[in-house]
Ligand binder design. Structure first.
Ligand SMILES: Nc1ncnc2c1ncn2[C@@H]1O[C@H](COP(=O)(O)OP(=O)(O)OP(=O)(O)O)[C@@H](O)[C@H]1O
Ligand SMILES: [Mg+2]
Length: 385
């Protein structure tokens, strides 16, 4: 690496120079791949607030799978994702067409495979299920011929909050079938659970048929939280190990405090403190200026869009909470809002599902994102109806 370059990656979705605090999650996933079909963590659902590191954990899972020889398909759950996965598999099979003879793949039974063009191979004649069956069969034969340990196909689906129920149902049912048949399939999904929640809580059908609700319910839930100050310190210091720039005096301590254990802040504070460096030293003053800049960026990149996704009443509820300097007592908030138990209970639940607030002990709630309180106070006038 260029020793003069700023190593921090303050971009959503960008893998950080050092990923901290996620070893256990990555390990558990790796064990599940090694344990063979049926291992619980082969179907995982990563949840947590914005900027906590869901996408980069998916990236780490992908690396783990690739190291073990798995085929990886990386998608977002936006409109058309089932079709995108299907076409991607057709494209990949097309590239290997000379190796597919004699495997009994169903793609040879559909007309379009002669031209190997995914648009002329219709969904009706060749579904996602067919495509995955073929791709898994090809992978198994490849592993047999190369003599490497059997591995399979790993699919990641990010941005589950943009998911479309009909597609998710189709996808879930397909994966459920493959899991039941003990195929070498693994899936990791990530998102904010508010949109998945209605599906999860709807009454599952009593029938034994695979259904997407069971699929999501059984998924291993990986709830991402803030990381420890020791980890923050490591994530700020280690990327500068080979750099000409260094943290001096109490600058590192100042920077760690500003992060509040929140992964996106690690990268923002690191990036801005580095830019504020005097020559080759990040002084304490530089770290302070960097932290200020980082907080403003956090407001633009996280707080503002997160609040924009909410209803007017949700936002007012948060502004009323922000009057407290620490966790809010539900009872006190009820009095402040002059509303009923059920009204407050309803909004409390909505905001927990949206990963905006968390429960901290009985009858108390707090903000899930750092500096949201300060942001709400600053912008209260434009946020309250
Ligand atoms: N464990 C970690 N250690 C260090 N930096 C991290 C860690 N996790 C995430 N980051 C950094 O935090 C930022 C946000 O990560 P990421 O985009 O994965 O969050 P997210 O949860 O997917 O957010 P969103 O809900 O907006 O999609 C990135 O800049 C990333 O490099
Ligand atoms: Mg993300």
């Amino acid at each position: 690496m260029d020793p003069a370059r700023n190593p921090f990656r303050a971009t959503l979705g960008a893998t950080p120079p050092l990923l901290v605090g996620r070893n256990e999650a990555v390990q558990n996933f790796a064990f599940a791949l090694d344990d063979g079909p049926g291992a619980h963590e082969r179907i995982s659902l990563i949840v947590g607030p914005r900027g906590i590191g869901k996408t980069v954990l998916l990236n780490a899972f992908e690396d783990t799978a690739e190291e073990r020889g798995w085929f990886v398909i990386s998608e977002t759950a936006t409109k058309g994702f089932v079709e995108r996965i299907r076409s991607e598999i057709i494209r990949r099979l097309a590239r290997q067409r000379s190796h597919l003879k004699g495997l009994g793949l169903s793609i040879f039974g559909v007309g379009g495979s002669v031209t190997w063009d995914s648009t002329s191979i219709s969904e009706a004649s060749y579904s996602l299920r067919n495509a995955l069956d073929d791709y898994l069969a090809y992978k198994a034969s490849l592993d047999r011929t190369t003599g490497q340990p059997a591995s399979g196909v790993f699919i990641t689906l990010d941005e589950m909050h943009h998911q479309r129920n009909d597609e998710l149902i189709e996808f879930g049912a397909t994966i459920q079938h493959l899991v039941r048949e003990r195929k070498n399939i693994a899936v990791a999904m990530a998102g904010i659970p508010s949109a998945i929640k209605p599906l999860l809580s709807s009454q599952a059908t009593a029938s034994e048929a695979p259904n997407p609700i069971t699929f999501l319910r059984r998924a291993e839930r990986v709830e991402l939280d803030r990381v420890s100050d020791e980890d923050v310190s490591l994530a700020l210091e280690q990327p500068l190990a080979e750099s000409v720039t260094t943290w001096t005096g109490r600058a590192l301590e100042t920077a760690v405090n500003a992060c509040q254990g929140y992964p996106f802040m690690i990268q923002l504070v690191g990036q801005w403190a580095f830019r504020e460096a005097q020559g080759r030293s990040i002084t304490r003053e530089a770290a302070e200026r960097g932290a200020d800049k980082a907080r403003r960026k956090l407001g633009q990149l996280v707080h503002e869009p997160a609040l924009a996704d909410l209803s007017d009443v949700d936002r007012s509820f948060l502004v009323f909470m922000a009057r407290d300097d620490g966790p809010t007592e539900i009872a006190a908030l009820k009095a402040r809002l002059d509303r009923s138990d059920s009204y407050v209970g309803n909004y409390r639940r909505r905001l927990i599902d949206a990963e905006m607030i968390v429960e901290v002990g009985r009858g108390r709630i707090d903000f899930a994102l750092p500096y949201l309180r300060e942001y709400l106070r600053e912008h209260a006038a434009s946020l309250v109806i």
